[in-house]
Design a protein around this ligand. Structure first.
Ligand SMILES: Cc1cc2nc3c(=O)[nH]c(=O)nc-3n(C[C@H](O)[C@H](O)[C@H](O)COP(=O)(O)O)c2cc1C
Length: 443
């Protein structure tokens, strides 16, 4: 697949002619000086310019380039022999000798490219690139994986549409790369504090991770954490706190956690003055949640108290309770909050647990409901019943076997790991408080 320079010299010439034609400008051989025909400023906005194409080997580490076409060479100023065998990220460096990505290249897009390549899916997006001479370019990039006969990805094709970047490269203020407070790097590239309390010997006192540059910390470590962890790690020290407040970093973290689509939708909210940091915090801590009165249809009848209710996804389920004259109830009601007009409905079940109050109702695996204990007609109970809300004909089934918890009421319970019911506290008839008990349920 690799194409050497001289092999496509003819194609190069043809392409050059077409481009000259679209540009309406002839460059003399002298003007070209034997170099690539397009200089910065000459090549933007030709609607019919053929696509720049790069092919990388997906079976080799780091996707080395095995082919670039002449259009790529013309737009980027790099000759094929200079780029074959390299990863295409050099286009994110402002000059051929730069050691790292330019600060204005959006790290969110880069991490999205990385994710798509890791997951073997296509990518489409826009990012800042640079010609060999340092001219900024907007690259509308598409990446498409190519599968071999056995389904493995053997190559990735990149198609670039380059256009002029109206970017002021002198006003770099991208904070992830702008080194944070009081930081400088010594000749070995290690972090050394200019001032402040960290005046001790570097080797003894400074935590290894803090010797990394802001860029490495932000892009290689913080950006891979969950939104909640980013919020927590900010309390480690001032420097990390400052980095975690960076909007680009926050956006990247949100994108990793919730995907590109959701992040895109959330981005609209950040434009309404809610920064990424605040948004992520509200989403992970629910601190912005507030009560809203909901009026629903239907009714739980007959009326009762001491019932138990729990959520099964967006459905609220209620079981049993104490009716008039201390009547133990055994009916099941559901309120589907996803419905256009939510209303309480009695679930028609084939059989029910004995009526009770002071019991607990918990949800298991999204649609299974578990009733435990409480007070029934015969006194305290320690039975366990399970019902699949999504079954065609929902039926309460008793779960037997193992050592059940002691009979009790006024306890609390929850389910963990999809198979365990944890029953805590509660009391006996004599008012004795009971201990926590875990029982395994295999519906
Ligand atoms: C076939 C192919 C073409 C690519 N073309 C470009 C490109 O034109 N510009 C660019 O900035 N990155 C391009 N990339 C993406 C980079 O090579 C690299 O995968 C990206 O920067 C993410 O990885 P990194 O975080 O390790 O740099 C291309 C990748 C592949 C596989």
């Amino acid at each position: 697949m690799g194409v050497e320079q001289d092999e496509h010299e003819g194609e190069f010439e043809r392409c050059e002619k077409r481009l000259k034609c679209f540009g309406g400008e002839e460059l003399s051989e002298d003007e070209r000086g034997g170099k690539l025909p397009l200089q910065s400023g000459d090549f933007f906005f030709y609607p019919m310019v053929p696509s720049s194409i790069v092919v990388s080997d997906a079976l080799e580490p780091d996707f080395p380039i095995i082919y670039v076409n002449t259009v790529f060479e013309m737009f980027t100023g790099y000759r094929a022999h200079e780029v074959l065998g390299r990863n295409c990220r050099f286009l994110q460096y402002r000059d051929p000798h730069a050691q790292r990505r330019h600060p204005l290249v959006d790290p969110v897009v880069v991490s999205e490219i990385r994710r798509c390549l890791e997951e073997g899916i296509g990518f489409q997006g826009e990012l800042l690139n640079f010609r060999k001479d340092g001219t900024p370019l907007v690259n509308r990039l598409r990446l498409a994986p190519i599968h071999g006969d056995d389904g493995t990805i053997t190559h990735v094709i990149g198609i670039q549409v380059f256009s002029e970047a109206k970017t002021d490269l002198n006003s770099v203020s991208y904070p992830v790369f702008k080194e944070s407070c009081q930081q400088q790097f010594d000749q070995t590239g290690y972090y050394s504090p200019k001032s402040g309390q960290l005046q001790h010997s570097r080797h003894e006192e400074i935590c290894g991770i803090l010797q990394l540059s802001d860029e490495v910390l932000a892009q290689n470590i913080l950006s891979r954490l969950t939104p909640r962890d980013v919020a927590s790690i900010g309390s480690v020290c001032r420097r990390i706190c400052q980095l975690t407040k960076n909007e680009h970093l926050r956006k990247m973290v949100c994108q990793n956690a919730w995907g590109r689509e959701v992040t895109g939708a959330l981005e609209l909210m950040t434009k309404k003055k809610l920064g990424w940091g605040r948004l992520a915090r509200e989403l992970t801590t629910l601190e912005a949640v507030c009560w809203k009165k909901l009026t629903v249809g239907g009714a739980v009848e007959p009326s009762r108290c001491n019932f138990s209710a729990c959520a099964a996804g967006n459905r609220l389920v209620l079981f049993g309770g104490e009716g008039v004259n201390m009547q133990p109830m055994d009916d099941t009601f559901v309120l589907n909050l996803d419905a256009a007009n939510p209303e309480w409905r009695r679930v028609s079940v084939k059989s029910s647990p004995p009526g009770r109050w002071g019991h607990t109702l918990s949800c298991l695996n999204g649609s299974w409901l578990v009733v435990f204990g409480g007070y029934g007609r015969q006194g305290l109970l320690n039975d366990v019943f399970v019902l699949d809300l999504d079954a065609k004909q929902p039926t309460w089934k008793e779960v037997s076997g193992g050592t059940p918890p002691l009979p009790r009421s006024w306890h609390s319970s929850c389910t963990v790991e999809g198979s365990k019911l944890v029953v805590s506290g509660g009391c006996t008839d004599a008012g004795v408080l009971l201990r926590t008990h875990i029982c395994w349920i295999s519906p």
